[in-house]
Write a protein that binds this ligand. Sequence first.
Ligand code: ZN
Length: 495
Amino acid sequence: MTETFGGSVGFDHLLVRSDAPLQGPGTLAFGGSVIAAVVPDTGEAGRPGNRLVLPALSNVHDHGRGLRTLAFGALDDALEIWLTRLGLEPVADPYLRAVVAFGRMAEGGIGIINHCHNTQNVAQLEAEAVAVKRAANAVGVRVAFAVPLFGANPVTYGDPAALYAGLPEGDADALRRRAAAFPAFNEQLAVAESLFELADSLFTVQYGPVAPQWVDEATLRSVAERSAIHGRRIHMHLLETRLQREWADATYPRGLVQHLDEIGLLSPRLTVAHGTHLTSAECELLAERGVSISVNTSSNLRLRSGIAPVADFVASGVKFGLGLDGMAFDDDEDGLREMRLLWHLQRGFGIADVMNRERLLQAVFFDGRDAILGPGSAVPLGPGAPADLMIVNTARMNRDVIADRTGILDLLLTRATKADVDELWVDGRQIVRNGTLASLPLAALEDEFTSRARHAARAVDWPALDRIAGAYRQYYGCGCHAGRSAMPGICTTDP
Ligand SMILES: [Zn+2]
């Protein structure tokens, strides 16, 4: 594979910062892994003007599964139902699994990724982390690896007795066995501590308490303390679904987010994913504490979670970026389409200007980077900035446009897709050229990975999965997770 390190990148249009007009034409000269100079072009009139240089995209929340969930039978549905099929993912080589995921993202211009690791074998977590790091380095992207910490409420939010009561004994036993298989939290924390040693300039490690409902109180407190002592980042799902909100309200009558604040978890070192069901008061508290949010628009639609209250994010000033969560709208890891979806859903309807263009660009191209790498990581694209660049070719978008009628950013926010990404540079290294991963032969790796996955896929007991999904619908439909069922078992006896 041919690659290019260093050198320079010419541009016709350059997004230096979110609140300034595009610059150009000119050239960005690199000094190693940073931009050394921005040199304006003089003369050379009539050049085609197709090169738009933007900061590399940041994917603030993803899981790095090479096999998309739809491909292995976890069909789009409410998160709580979808989760009952997530275990259908065939066991894969952890390097291939990650390299395929990261490579696809890179081809869409994503250069910075918050990887919430979903382990396939909890006893092999350390080996999996090493493999993910190798994959990130091979593709050439920056990855923050969130070490998963989980095991509380392993079956349902709240007491699963009513769920078990609604299932044949064999199905209930299988769920009980899975619930008993989680290692103790102190063992998980010990593994996490050892993984921080993997960090290098492109690969960082974070605490990954998966979500408040899935982590015990002592561990959340311990993570908050360790984060403060070592200055390490934390990445956690938060209030993704309505059912989680109901569980949280029943469990923490004074407020879950308030509680997280009291135990010291809310800080500029924390990024939360989704926040779909945050209240405006909670957004204000998160903003005050400097917490960042990953808005996962496509995932929230496909998993029926809802639409994030971005108007409250904007009003409170809480920082946010975008996350694909392994669930891009067209299942194609397209960060530019994701940006447009966020824009159209959240800019406001009618003449209500809820989020303006600058706020969107700030979130997507700057605040998202901070949410992954830490405050202060995103700087204007100028001398001293990391050479993490995406080059979008505007020719396709521009084909029918009459000169001087439509701006480049109008095109970007209306038409841009992954197909328009020509190049990606990370840390001064070119990893995508002509829209194709240059660091590795991605198509061949995808073929190899997919054929291995098909081979590894085991027979599925679909009737059992349907029974289990039905029992979950019954359990949550009755409000068992929020303490609404009078006693365990009652709500499942009379469907
Ligand atoms: Zn997620």
